[in-house]
Design a protein around this ligand. Sequence first.
Ligand code: HEM
Length: 293
Amino acid sequence: MTAYQPGILAPVPAHSRYLEFGLVPNSDPAPALKALASRAGGEDIVVGLGQALVRALGKTVGGLRPFPAMAGPGCAVPSTQADLWLWLRGADRGHIAGRARGLAQLLQPAFRRDRQTDGFKFGRGLDLSGYEDGTENPEGKAAIEAAFLRTAEAGLDGSSFVAVQQWAHDLDRFETLAQAERDNVIGRRLDDNEELGDAPASAHVKRTAQESFNPEAFLLRRSMPWAEAGGEGLMFVAFGHSFDAFEAQLSRMSGQEDGITDALFRFTRPLTGSYFWCPPVAGRGLDLGAVGI
Ligand code: HEM
């Protein structure tokens, strides 16, 4: 397989910055993307391109599509599709802030920065609800199989497709629930992270059990908490060799299959939703050959 962006497989870092950009109308994205490509490819950054941007370059990437909005009983899942996504990763917020500024300058004037959120690792990898996030992630060879496309097509082998959703929690509301009720929302016990045998069908891990889909729907989740003046929650980030596994899970979570909504919606809701294609790496940078750069 061609090299993939190493930040995808690497463990979640201590700190992150998520940046979403829009392409400025009537501008040529190619020079900025070329400059970006030579500065990416390391573990400290993951880059994703949205479908409209790929189209603006006169190309298509098989399987790349816009994020689908969904609505179900008592839940709404918005699509806020962006053109370009940068996930900056590291141990030091100061370095990340400097890097972000430099990259935003590099991308001007073709790209406009629309969103910026900082993420952080909580303890051993907890969501702000206190539950461990990522327990059932595939590892090693299974993680590579889940997250990366294998194809003979040059420029696409080693690609990944990422779904990004910023979720806002209402933790005051979650904390009004008794402990057993909170465990039923997730489907795991807070105390020891054990899966509950008798969890209700609405429990999050029942809704998303990866082996329960046909075909099986494995994802490589790399989510991190965020907390700002405006709120707090989880930046949900999931990589796949296509968007299909994610979309099957999100459909079931939002009640499309059986009318049962994921109990997570009792205390959290997605504010954003975007899909991006993460190109492979060649030499010391991104391989943007598939989009003609
Ligand atoms: C605020 C949003 C979310 C929170 C707080 C959250 C939290 C959790 C927690 C605590 C677990 C159990 C431990 C683990 O295996 O990681 C879990 C499992 C999982 N979640 Fe989420 N999650 C969220 C959104 C999503 C979304 C949007 C999807 C996919 C559409 C998803 C897919 C999964 C999958 C595939 C598993 C593992 C299921 C299994 O095979 O056992 N999660 N999540």
